[in-house]
Design a protein around this ligand. Structure first.
Ligand code: F6R
Length: 609
């Protein structure tokens, strides 16, 4: 969603702010702005639309003088995308400029309070109250004024704040929204995401909730919520800037699809040692595992779809009940959680507001929370009892691919690990699973080599208006992901159904030429799925099937076209089957001329409820 960059140093600030904002574009936004102090005054320039529009207005930053500034990309929540609603938001007097990620929940009360004291508002945003409130308390000490304002603010925020009469200071503060600071030879930085500063330094400090940072030419000072100075650990980001760049590919999404063999290997290989799964990052005692009454998996979007696969697999492996819940529903459905419940939160970003809220609710109810997270040091990682990181590296395309695949890989490891501890699988099965899991990267690689065929299939179907996905068991979970991938980047209407469910209503939408993508990899239910394929064929649907080498002879007889993946133990089929679905969505979107890496209305990390 929104992005923040702040800079103070020896260089001109505006080009550095634009460059940092460019690195945050992937998060999704609809307007952008910067505020730079030229030594006399704060210059604020904002524009609705792409960052390029802002950059053109200020000649790539050259037209704005000054070495201290803040910048922002906004994803609209309160008030439509417009120049007025863009950040920085400035107070009436023009003295305070603010960039903000998150939501100020009590902004209407604060607006009433300030209005009754004569403050005039100019935007529809919640952020403007922060600028006005800081100005209201301002008596020459910016940090103190921000502290007083924060005392009255409810909600989530990462804030960057400047004052017109303090040309060499930026104050940052956070709660429930990420914010980092970093120092380099040519200046000091504030940002909502490390990618914004990677060109300058890889040593960063992750601020915690309630921390304040004061950036000046001298360096960065950090304070706790009582404004007592504190020391914070410097973390070294060990992935390279090239991981966050396209590296010759046309789109991040395609690059990330192609990276999957490598990141799956990175996620699995270090955790299998001497023919054993070693999860030494977690601390689940065998007594706790044996006492488990239930496992809850909580996540949103594609991460939820990983949870759907995990439910089928972990239940089968452990014989413990596994419930999957959408994080946005979990906390409002009176979940049954106690100290015998393991709650598994899955999140790429680690900052998804609904998943954070679900995690807190699970802990409040006494559950133990284990998270599967990609972004190191993110809120979900920090607040969980245990974390297993997915080593996918930075995922820039809005539509997830490599993070999804590494999440799947971790759920396999976790399921087998729990089953081994519970004694629900025997030694031979355990060994066979470990041998099979190690074959995933090479098999994914072989599927990627066949991408030309999938591109051809996309050329047959990219003009379809509606596309249905059907499948049973893990193939149903995969259908949900295939359908989401397709609709989010190509804007084709698509739905996914459990294959046996279609005839209970939705089959009425199937008519001559409707494309049905049948995911038929799960050998045990192949014949059942084939019956469902035949039902849609009888209504003149076009059927594109996705099956395995073993399924090919039967599935081929009822399909118009087919994608065939290698055989693998059924537990791990989703890791292979998802790849053609990702490629199909990608090529269809490409042929339709869509903005693949930044689909309309979507944001990479959804930090609002
Ligand atoms: C779809 C997609 C989203 C995310 C969802 C959860 O391609 O990326 O559906 O999976 O917003 O995000 P995280 O995993 O960051 O919690």
């Amino acid at each position: 969603m929104c992005g923040i960059v702040g800079y103070i140093g020896s260089e001109q600030a505006a080009p550095i702010l634009l460059e940092g904002l460019k690195m945050l574009e992937y998060r999704g936004y609809d307007s952008a702005g910067v505020s730079v102090h030229d030594g006399c005054r704060l210059n604020v320039i904002k524009a609705k639309g792409r960052l390029q529009a802002l950059s053109d207005m200020i000649d790539g930053g050259k037209a704005v003088c000054g070495a201290c500034g803040i910048g922002h990309t906004r994803w609209a929540t309160h008030g439509k995308p417009s120049d007025e609603n863009s950040h920085p938001q400035v107070s009436n007097s023009g003295n305070i400029a603010v960039v903000h990620n998150g939501i100020i929940e009590n902004y209407l009360q604060l607006k009433d309070f300030l209005s009754s004291r004569g403050v005039k508002f100019h935007s529809e945003t919640d952020t403007e109250v922060v600028a006005q409130l800081v100005d209201y308390y301002y008596e020459g000490d910016l940090l103190k004024a921000v502290h007083k304002a924060i005392d009255r603010i409810e909600g989530s925020y990462a804030l960057g704040i400047m004052a017109a009469d303090q040309p060499d200071k930026i104050v940052g503060v956070r709660k429930d929204s990420p914010l980092i600071v970093a120092c380099s030879e040519n200046g000091n930085f504030l940002a909502s995401d490390v990618t914004a500063v990677l060109k300058h330094t890889r040593d960063v400090i992750y601020l915690d909730d309630g921390n304040y940072a004061v950036l000046s030419l001298k360096g960065v000072e950090i304070y706790d919520s009582f404004l007592r100075p504190i020391d914070k650990k410097i973390s070294h980001v060990d992935w390279d800037i090239s991981s966050a760049e396209k590296g010759g590919y046309e789109h991040f999404m395609f690059k990330e699809i192609m990276e999957q063999p490598e990141v799956i290997r990175k996620t699995i290989a270090p955790r299998i040692r001497n023919k054993k799964i070693v999860l030494d990052e977690i601390n689940l005692s065998s007594d706790f595992i044996k006492s488990l009454s239930k496992i809850y998996i909580v996540a949103c979007g594609s991460s939820y779809h990983v949870g759907m696969v995990a439910k089928y697999n972990i239940e089968k492996l452990t014989r413990k009940p596994v419930e999957v819940a959408l994080a946005s529903e979990f906390r409002y459905c009176s979940p049954i959680v106690d100290n015998k419940t393991l709650v598994v939160c899955i999140s790429q970003s680690g900052t998804t507001a609904d998943t954070i809220a679900a995690l807190r609710e699970a802990k409040r109810l006494g559950g133990r929370v284990l998270s599967i997270v990609n972004v190191v040091g993110s809120t979900i990682a920090k607040e969980s009892d245990d974390v297993i990181y997915t080593w996918a590296g930075p995922e820039i395309a809005v539509a997830t691919t490599k993070a999804y695949s590494t999440q799947l890989a971790v759920t396999y490891l976790l399921g087998i690990y729990l089953a081994d501890c519970l004694g629900t699988i025997d030694k031979d099965e355990y060994e066979r699973f470990l041998n099979e899991i190690m074959t995933i990267p090479d098999k994914v690689e072989s599927i990627l080599k066949g991408k030309g065929h999938i591109q051809y299939l996309a050329s047959l179907y990219f003009n379809n208006q509606d596309i249905f996905f059907i499948g049973r068991n893990i193939d149903y979970a995969l259908s949900l992901e295939g359908s989401l991938k397709l609709k989010e980047i190509s804007y084709i209407h698509s739905e996914a159904y459990a294959a046996g469910e279609l005839k209970h209503g939705t089959i009425s939408l199937v008519e001559d030429g409707t494309l049905v993508i049948a995911v038929a990899t799960y050998q045990k239910l192949l014949e059942k799925t084939i019956s469902n394929i035949v039902e849609v064929k009888a209504r003149d649907a076009q059927v594109l099937s996705l099956t395995t080498e073993s399924g090919k002879p039967l599935v081929g007889q009822v399909s118009d076209n087919m994608i065939v993946i290698p055989d693998i133990d059924e537990l791990f089929l989703p890791s292979l089957a998802v790849v053609p679905l990702q490629l199909f969505a990608y090529y269809v979107a490409l042929m339709r001329g869509c903005d693949i890496d930044k689909p309309r209305n979507l944001a990479k990390s959804v930090t609002v409820e």
